[in-house]
Ligand binder design. Structure first.
Ligand code: ZN
Length: 96
């Protein structure tokens, strides 16, 4: 018995084939991960501090230096190793 794969297009216009009725687009799934992923590692105050400053992705985070990040209300030095590791995982780093 062969599995029927159906061509689908997601909201963002990515084309993909899925055999199940799972509606998740693999491209969007990939793009979404770094964003929600690193924020969920943080404490609530640290997460709010980043979101308050418009940082929702690692790409945005990497445009700040550690010094700048520490000035955000809610971010302590304890949050830095987590952020540093998250950035490194995606080949990014804090601004120098
Ligand atoms: Zn998509």
């Amino acid at each position: 018995m062969k599995t029927e794969k159906e061509l689908r297009t997601c909201d963002k216009g990515h084309n993909y084939y899925k055999s199940s009725d799972c509606p998740t687009c693999p491209t969007c799934e990939q793009e979404r991960k770094p964003e929600s992923g690193f924020l969920s590692l943080l404490s609530a105050p640290a997460r709010r501090a980043l979101e308050h400053n418009g940082i929702q992705s690692l790409q945005q985070l990497s445009s700040y230096s550690e010094k700048e990040i520490l000035q955000f209300h809610g971010i302590g030095p304890a949050s830095l190793p987590t952020l540093r590791t998250a950035l490194k995982e995606y080949g990014l780093s804090f601004k120098n």
